[in-house]
Design a protein around this ligand. Structure first.
Ligand SMILES: [Zn+2]
Length: 337
């Protein structure tokens, strides 16, 4: 079974519980069933019920659960509901309520929807530890979120400082494309030749000090990376940490900022639109980091929806072998590297 993101064919690929079970089996045993108890590799006995999540070893007769170690473990909710839920949280606008979720999944009980949503979203808020920017330059800047907007309601009651870092990736053969269009006045705008790679966001104390900025850089960006920032004093120690630092004094000039840090400013702009549009600003400052993590999770996997899908179901973390989606996307990294 090979998946081809995007997930337009989701319902064709997973029409029923049996199809979901088959996927779980192929992820856990990509080279065929191996009994967890006696290590025999053979065709297992499959129970006739289409909703069964149990395979039985023909050798030692012990049962192996397809959902062991996943978020679906020991629940009575059908696999197809979990799969559809994972599809919704990884492809649709985040922050939807459990009530909306309940309606979309066609569940009779609100509590079931709430628990499923909670478990799936827990897989989206784990901090990601590896540093970004190993192969690409990184833009770092901060923005203020919250406080009164346009004299209307307060979307986040108090002002919050958010610092972000984003990789700036070059499109393949972009120089060739640029050369092709440079004869056309008003041709391809430069911003289309680069695109955002991976992202990191962190809520900072509104009275953030220099150490908070340098800690953010050290904990999120790979050593040796090229880091572009404003010329502020708070970034002055970056070079000493082993980065190639490109500060530029912006003097609050938006045009200068736009030229020096276009990508992170675009990220902040989209982030604010999302918070306002999806949540109507109703995020308590204490919850903002969790929402930022979810935003980052989705952002960093936007080209690999099946990786996100496997992650929220707990499939990627369970197995030491790559899932089909990870293999497909080329995102699989060997443990410990
Ligand atoms: Zn066995």
């Amino acid at each position: 079974m090979v998946f081809r993101p995007p997930l337009r064919e989701f319902q064709t690929v997973f029409p029923d519980d049996a199809a979901c079970a088959k996927y779980l089996e192929s992820v856990r045993w990509p080279h065929g069933f191996i009994c967890p108890k006696c290590n025999t590799q053979s065709q297992p006995y499959r129970f006739p019920s289409r909703s069964s999540v149990v395979l039985r070893c023909r050798q030692c007769k012990s049962n192996a659960s397809l959902t062991a170690g996943t978020v679906m473990q020991a629940t009575h909710t059908p696999l197809s509901v979990w799969f559809w839920g994972a599809y919704l949280v990884t492809t649709q606008t985040p922050g939807q309520s459990a009530l909306q979720f309940q309606r979309q999944l066609g569940l009779s009980r609100y509590e079931t929807a709430f628990q499923i949503l909670h478990k799936l979203r827990a897989g989206m808020v784990r901090p990601e530890r590896d540093g970004i920017g190993g192969q690409y330059p990184v833009e770092v800047d901060e923005c203020i979120m919250g406080g009164p907007t346009h004299g209307e309601k307060h979307w986040i009651n108090s002002k919050v400082r958010v610092i972000g870092a984003v990789e700036v990736r070059q499109r393949e053969q972009s120089e060739a494309i640029a050369a092709k269009f440079q004869h056309h006045p008003g041709g391809v705008p430069i911003k289309k030749l680069v695109y955002a790679g991976r992202l990191r966001l962190r809520v900072m104390d509104i009275r953030g000090e220099g150490s908070a900025y340098t800690n953010f850089v050290a904990e999120n960006i790979a050593k040796g990376a090229k880091v572009k920032t404003a010329g502020a004093q708070v970034y002055r120690r970056i070079k000493a940490l082993g980065y190639t630092h490109e500060p530029l004094e912006l003097y609050g000039d938006p045009q200068k900022a736009q030229r020096h840090l276009p990508m992170i400013h675009l990220v902040f702009s989209n982030l604010k639109t999302w918070v306002l549009g999806t949540h109507h600003g109703a995020i308590g400052p204490q919850h903002l980091q969790a929402y930022l993590n979810e935003y980052v999770f989705r952002f960093n996997r936007r080209f690999y929806p099946m990786t996100a899908f496997d992650s929220v179901l707990g499939l990627a973390a369970r197995s030491a072998s790559p899932t089909y989606a990870a293999l497909y996307s080329g995102e699989w990294e060997h443990p410990g590297l």
